[in-house]
Design a protein around this ligand. Structure first.
Ligand SMILES: Cc1cc2nc3c(=O)[nH]c(=O)nc-3n(C[C@H](O)[C@H](O)[C@H](O)COP(=O)(O)OP(=O)(O)OC[C@H]3O[C@@H](n4cnc5c(N)ncnc54)[C@H](O)[C@@H]3O)c2cc1C
Length: 461
């Protein structure tokens, strides 16, 4: 079985030869640091708005090396953060509702651009299912549905499926019901990011790979090969942000790990169903997420080792065998029919988590420094909206995007080590124990341990 090698998604399409690195100091109108979805969407919309703009993208490794080439492939309209916290913005609840509507529309915007630019990322908008596999999970889903209705979200946004309706779509062993929302699509993540990189470079954006930025200051991104001077420098480094001087405690690099099976046979798919390609998650505290891939496999992810001391990151996505075993158990429990397909590849990556779990898109007009990220694992669609918003902020065009409540949002900094490490590991120990306790008993009560965890972490509900 393959372990690491960045991701199955990259192995399937082949890691491309490196584009040239920065040949020496240069000037640009906009310099973007990081060639994941955030950086590339920003470059895309800037270029579309003004093809004459000189845009330079600097990438430490290769475009899509980070989370954008490793993720679960959910193009989800999920809000990256807490409604209550975003509602503290002067625009209050209306602003949050507008942000949520923009996120729903963004799923279609990603599909629109893929079609317009000829990016084949196997995108299918089949919606998303959150299944309950214990009484406590089911009670939480029903409670969440009540909250959604109180917030004003109707059945067109989210609805409950009982076990019969769920079975009609997808047979998950032990599932007793699910929430369904149509506002999600499945993609092959590396195909999306590679397609974006090809699209922007074809349009004239200068993308330099193997070019790590060592510091960012007003008007300048410094690299070992020279400086890029630009009135706007945009940091789009999400889970890797901690390594940039001055940003060590801005975003916590949270780890997420994935496995993928070999191709399943017709018999197994006949048992499982999943003909509409919904993305799938559960409502455990240490939750899982999955998709049925275009090449007939199940890709399934979960937290694994949640965090590395000192905000460290993985080596090309390699993960411990204990995490592979843990994810394999979840796969076999939920999809016994998939067992025969075996496991083909396992990998991990980091996503950026702000201390208050709320994402931001920010441009300081005084310094020209901007940044976007902190999508807490919901960045595939959100990074498109963030990129469009960053572009509008740079171009100073009148835009409804630039007044959304995540614009200019400031999160507190993370605690220094060892508190950061102890906090995150303690939190996931609580969550895993809570999940075990909830699975073992038939009562609908959420474990008190999980409530303690939520209180410590500030994870929004
Ligand atoms: C395993 C996993 C599963 C996930 N599943 C989902 C999902 O299903 N749906 C969803 O919505 N979200 C998911 N996410 C989160 C989502 O993938 C990210 O939020 C999103 O890809 C972030 O994009 P980005 O461009 O901001 O960051 P990244 O894709 O991480 O890109 C940052 C880039 O910056 C580069 N870089 C870093 N430092 C420097 C530097 N100093 N100089 C130059 N370049 C630098 C990196 O090499 C990298 O290419 C998942 C994340 C992971 C890890």
């Amino acid at each position: 079985m393959h372990n690491g090698e960045v991701s199955y998604w990259w192995r399937a399409r082949g890691i491309p030869p490196r584009r040239p690195s920065l040949p020496g100091s240069t000037e640009a109108d906009v310099c973007i640091v990081g060639a994941g979805y955030t950086g590339l969407w920003t470059a895309y919309y800037l270029n579309r708005a003004d093809p004459a703009l000189r845009i330079v993208v600097l990438e430490a490794s290769f475009a899509g090396y980070g989370a954008s080439g490793r993720n679960g492939g959910w193009v989800t309209a999920g809000l990256p953060g807490s409604r209550a916290r975003y509602a503290r913005h002067p625009r209050g609840k209306d602003g949050v509702r507008e942000l949520e509507q923009y996120l729903r529309d963004t799923v279609d915007e990603v599909a629109r651009v893929c079609a317009a630019e000829g990016i084949d990322a196997s995108l299918v908008k089949g919606g998303t299912l959150t299944v309950a596999t214990s009484a406590a999970q089911e009670a939480r889903l029903r409670h969440r549905l009540e909250q959604e209705r109180a917030w004003g979200d109707d059945a067109g946004i989210v609805r409950y499926l009982d076990q019969t309706d769920l079975d009609d779509r997808l047979r998950v062993a032990g599932a007793v019901g699910a929430l369904y929302s149509p506002h999600c699509a499945r993609v092959q993540p590396a195909d999306l990011v590679a397609g974006l990189a090809e699209t922007v470079t074809r349009a004239g954006v200068r993308l330099y790979e193997a070019t790590p930025v060592t510091s960012i200051s007003a008007g300048r991104a410094r690299t070992p090969a020279g400086d890029v001077r630009a009135p706007f420098v945009l940091r789009c480094t999400e889970g890797y942000t901690a390594d940039i001087p001055g940003q060590h405690r801005t975003l916590l690099p949270m780890n997420s790990s994935m496995i993928i099976t070999g191709p399943l046979g017709d018999e197994a798919w006949g048992t499982i169903g999943w003909d509409r390609f919904e993305t799938l998650g559960d409502d455990a505290h240490a939750y899982m997420y999955a998709q049925r891939t275009a090449d007939g496999r199940i890709a399934l992810g979960g937290r694994g080792v949640p965090y590395r001391f000192g905000s460290g990151v993985d080596h090309d996505g390699a993960i411990p065998t204990s995490t592979i075993a843990q994810l394999g158990r979840i796969l076999r429990r939920m999809f016994p029919a998939a067992t025969g397909a075996g496991l083909d590849h396992a990998w991990c990556g980091v996503l950026g988590v702000p201390r208050d779990w709320c994402a931001t898109v920010t441009l300081d007009p005084q310094t020209g420094l901007g940044w976007a990220g902190g999508y807490t694992g919901q960045g595939v669609a959100a990074s498109n909206l963030a990129g469009r918003t960053l572009a509008d902020l740079v171009l100073r065009v009148p835009s409804p995007l630039t007044t959304l409540p995540w614009v200019g949002h400031r999160s507190p900094r993370w605690e220094p080590e060892p508190a950061r490490w102890a906090g995150v590991h303690g939190l996931y120990a609580l969550y895993r124990t809570a999940d075990r306790l909830e699975s073992a008993r038939p009562t609908p009560r959420t474990s008190a341990l999980a409530r303690v965890g939520d209180l410590i972490s500030g994870i929004p509900h």
